[in-house]
Write a protein that binds this ligand. Sequence first.
Ligand SMILES: CC(C)(COP(=O)(O)OP(=O)(O)OC[C@H]1O[C@@H](n2cnc3c(N)ncnc32)[C@H](O)[C@@H]1OP(=O)(O)O)[C@@H](O)C(=O)NCCC(=O)NCCS
Length: 252
Amino acid sequence: MLNSIVADLAIIKERDPAARGTLEILLCYPGFHALVLHRCSHWLWGLRLAPMPLLARVLSQLGRLLTGVEIHPGARIGQGVFIDHGMGVVIGETAVIGDHCLLYQGVTLGGTGKAHGQRHPTLQTNVVVGAGAKVLGAITVGTNTRIGAGSVVLRDVEPNSTVVGIPGRVIHQSGVRIDPLAHSALPDAEARVIRNLMERIDVLEGELVRTQACLRELAAGRPLFETCRGESQNLKDREILEFLGESPGITG
Ligand SMILES: CC(C)(COP(=O)(O)OP(=O)(O)OC[C@H]1O[C@@H](n2cnc3c(N)ncnc32)[C@H](O)[C@@H]1OP(=O)(O)O)[C@@H](O)C(=O)NCCC(=O)NCCS
């Protein structure tokens, strides 16, 4: 436990240019205080015997009262983690935070739903979660990933990515900018559905041009050599309806 506390102290010195000395960190960094209390409550939580888990919860709530950072005693937090500013951070029971992660104020590592078992996120090493970002569900955020301030991340994120927005979208991966509509690098289902809709619009426009040509031929009294095919009717319907949460069977 002492090693973890020393590592937490060292990382603040390394990462925060405003930190001028050990005494200042010991006295003025609520994120550091919250982590020290969490390391104690996590140890109590691990003892499992009554009334230790209850004591652990009480200690965790005391930490919340003093620092504004709520960390469930069950959360597993690596070494050299820095919670900057702290206020409003919430870390759930089954959350896992790897070494050298950086969390800003207002971050939530939360669950979705009421299921038991793993329901909170896992942050691998060296992940940065921007101010106010929400990372929800039993997802994994890969090593060296940066999550933008205010983002809401609901899906697994590959290592070395930058994610922004609601829902979170990958904008950079391994230093390369991702075009959300690029066919080879689609980041999520939403972008895939947008691409499908764009393909559908392309086909519909083609149909319209052909129909106008047919009408011109008819108006001129000439026979038609091409019939309107109507092939756009069911194009990609399944993927779009599945994304909307509707049964593909209900369309004709
Ligand atoms: C996500 C982040 C790491 C990206 O940094 P970056 O790689 O330098 O990226 P850029 O600033 O070049 O922005 C790239 C694109 O993402 C957008 N973007 C950046 N941060 C964003 C955010 N939080 N939400 C939504 N979009 C964001 C930019 O507008 C830009 O879009 P564009 O290419 O269409 O113009 C950074 O913006 C961020 O949010 N860091 C958190 C910092 C923080 O919480 N500080 C708290 C201090 S108290």
